[in-house]
Design a protein around this ligand. Structure first.
Ligand code: T4K
Length: 362
């Protein structure tokens, strides 16, 4: 094994010639952004791949999450969400002038605990923004039942789910809207990028207008939109990558399987599982470092770093411990934030590297 540092992830890149052939087309056409042909082609191909009716590409997931509320007509009130997520989820709620109301997570799935949602609903509650954390599905049926009972919208932060499927198909199909991330660190990337999935043409048209300043045509601007558009060069990256994504997910499975085999009997480490999925995407390999492991999570991260292995504490600190958010008692989320460690996970992580990391953990 070389002595090069091993990071928590390494973006998957398609063959450069395939990317360049799309770039040649951009140079020929001079269409760089504002809904060019590659943008349209990627939307069509992603609808096919994810088997969803409508998709609108974005410049990143965070802007997509922020756009979800105005697109659904939510201008004020409270949004129920998980404290155990990347800060972008909660930041998007705050940027829209809404109030995040946090609910603890389920200790198995690490997603919002649906049995605790109802107690957090007030007359001001407008929506639930749930996160399919690490590509594992939320309890979508329970969340939808609560939303129907109380007249709430459901928005999924689906940043982690590309390629993951339950028995009915892609996880992206759940909720009124689902927002994906195509950031460099994600399973499928367009350097930076994201998308909103929706279920009807009117909503798709509204999203498309919203992400283009609210422009209807030369004479009309009918809402206070923003600039959430994906450029042609980002769409080119997606198009070049899509034919290779199933192979990349298979490589992730190889990494998962080997880690699992080597670490399953280590006392004090809880390994991720992808139960309940017809197809996992193996986006992350989060381990939970228990009290019976000889090192604390932070000491273990330090030890690995000293060997050139750069893990990440996704998601620490807990959002409810940040000064801009209300604190609260979320014991499950707090325990996870203090004990979780994401190991390197990416398609070309070699077996020798996985063995070396696992040996240190053992
Ligand atoms: N919701 C959820 C649940 C999310 O997890 C995220 C993003 C969002 C919403 C928002 O999505 P976007 O608006 O970003 O589309 C990263 C990402 O920046 C962030 O997208 C991601 N979640 C979050 C979990 O992780 P960092 O600060 O850990 O990234 P960074 O730059 O330290 O990268 C980690 C490692 O990856 C580096 O040590 C090396 C490697 N790397 C990274 C990049 C960017 C590369 O090798 N090449 C690269 O280009 O936040």
């Amino acid at each position: 094994m070389s002595n090069d540092p091993i990071y928590v992830t390494k973006p998957f890149l398609p063959p450069i010639d395939e990317f360049k052939s799309y770039i040649d087309g951009i140079w020929d056409r001079h269409a760089l952004t504002n809904g060019g042909p590659l943008h349209k082609e990627l939307e069509d191909k992603l609808c096919d791949y994810l088997d969803v009716p409508y998709i609108s590409l974005f410049n990143n997931c965070t802007i997509g999450l922020m756009s979800a509320f105005p697109v659904l007509g939510i201008k004020s009130g409270e949004v129920i969400t998980s404290p155990f997520t990347f800060v972008a989820t909660a930041h998007a709620i705050k940027w829209c002038g809404l109030t995040p109301v946090f609910v603890d997570i389920d200790p198995e799935t690490l997603n919002i605990d649906p049995t605790k949602i109802e107690a957090a609903i007030t007359p001001d509650t407008k929506a639930v923004m749930a996160v399919h954390c690490y590509g594992r599905p939320c309890d979508v049926d329970a969340i939808q039942a609560l939303a129907d009972k109380h007249g709430l919208k459901v928005i999924y932060d689906a940043a982690h789910i590309f390629g993951a499927e339950d028995n009915g198909g892609s996880l992206a199909r759940h909720g009124d809207l689902a927002v994906l991330s195509f950031h460099a660190t994600k399973v499928f990337n367009t350097f930076e990028g994201g998308a909103i999935i929706c279920h009807d043409k009117d909503t798709k048209d509204t999203i498309d207008r919203f992400k283009n300043f609210g422009i209807v045509d030369d004479n009309r601007i009918d809402m206070i939109g923003l600039n959430g558009k994906m450029s042609e060069i980002h769409a080119a990256m997606g198009l070049a990558q899509l034919p290779h994504i199933d192979d990349a997910i298979l490589e992730r499975k190889r990494v998962y399987d080997l880690y699992h085999k080597l670490l399953v009997n280590v006392d004090g480490l809880r390994l991720p599982n992808f139960d309940g999925l017809a197809r996992a995407n193996y986006a992350y390999f989060p381990i939970i470092v228990g009290d019976d492991y000889p090192l604390s999570r932070d000491k273990l991260a330090d030890k690995l770093r000293n060997h050139g292995i750069f893990t990440r504490k996704y998601f620490y600190p807990l959002i409810t411990d940040l000064k801009d958010y209300p604190s609260g008692d979320f014991p499950v989320a707090k325990g996870m934030a203090n004990n979780i460690l994401c190991l390197p996970m990416y398609p070309d992580l070699g077996n020798d590297q996985i063995e070396a990391i696992s040996n240190l953990l053992r």
